[in-house]
Design a protein around this ligand. Structure first.
Ligand SMILES: [Zn+2]
Length: 300
């Protein structure tokens, strides 16, 4: 199973990300090239990249399976402020360039929020923007993420995703997110049915990454709040079966579950859950003392 989590890309850039992933016993990972909420980005350091790639090789992490995530503030759907739309396009081009420098194959992107636009126009804005971005050739492929449908988010139904994929001239792929799908109204208890539906409308080969998250909210809630594995409304067994699904065997699974604090309710969240969540999934056994395991490990 190819499984990892979101990790940071700090002062050591990709090298720091690899070290963090290894600390979770992961064999892949996902990172943002800077803070997810802003567009401040440092230049990619070639020496650190080489060291990172070497460390990956030594530890059996295939660079092909490593994922980058574009910041949330890129919004290709809203063209009302043309300057902002242009900025999003330009920033996305820079992200793809950075991915190419790092040797990363896949960049996950939220399709965007319609804001004042009717959905069909917003979807067309996304297509137009992607067609501009992809006029240049990049090694790295954009993966459009399935969204929860919070606010005016686009990409909340398979029909919307199919429209995007059909109309973008160059190849783009898809990143599924179990929390988003649940919140968008797709029952993860019927995942096989969902995959058949996906295959009919889009094609299974387009799925290049799956975000494995539990959800704090119920089916069709349109909320998008991730919960720790087995501690949400989707549940451990359902998420485990998705991880074990034969049709997605070669697709990297990435956890984006929340950090925990000294209690589940703690305001300050400082401990990463990934070492223990990855272990649960690999062993196929639910840890009903997840919080205690995390706290005793990081407090020792
Ligand atoms: Zn996600």
């Amino acid at each position: 199973m190819i499984i990892g989590s979101h990790v940071s890309f700090g002062s050591e850039q990709l090298l720091g990300s690899v070290k963090e992933a290894l600390s979770y016993k992961a064999n892949t990972f996902m990172f943002y090239t800077g803070a997810p909420q802003n567009t401040l980005r440092k230049k990619i350091d070639e020496k650190l990249t080489k060291e990172a790639q070497k460390l990956m090789k030594e530890n059996g992490i295939n660079l092909q399976n490593v994922i980058c995530h574009a910041p949330y503030i890129i919004n290709l759907a809203n063209k009302k402020d043309e300057e902002k739309w242009d900025f999003s396009i330009h920033f996305l081009e820079q992200e793809l360039k950075r991915c190419d420098e790092l040797g990363i194959s896949y960049l996950v992107l939220h399709p965007g929020s319609a804001v004042g636009y009717p959905v069909n126009e917003a979807l067309q804005n996304i297509v137009d923007a992607l067609n501009i971005v992809l006029e240049k050739n990049y090694q790295c492929m954009i993966l459009l993420e399935t969204m929860a449908g919070k606010g005016t988010e686009c990409g909340k139904t398979l029909e919307e995703m199919a429209f995007l994929l059909k109309n973008v001239k160059k190849q783009v792929g898809v990143c599924l997110d179990t929390c988003h799908l649940n919140d968008a109204g797709y029952d993860m208890n019927r995942f096989m049915e969902f995959l058949e539906n996906f295959d009919r409308q889009i094609g299974l080969e387009k799925i290049k990454c799956v975000h494995i998250n539990d959800s704090k909210n119920s089916l069709d809630s349109h909320k998008d709040r991730h919960a720790n594995i087995g501690y949400g409304t989707i549940g451990f067994q359902v998420l485990l079966q998705i991880c074990l699904n034969e049709k997605l065997k070669d697709v990297p699974k990435i956890l984006e579950t929340p950090y925990v604090g000294d209690t589940w309710e703690a305001k300050e969240k400082k401990y990463p859950p990934y070492l223990f969540e990855i272990a649960m999934i690999r062993e196929g056994k639910f840890n009903d003392h997840l919080l205690d395991s995390i706290l005793s490990y990081y407090n020792k």
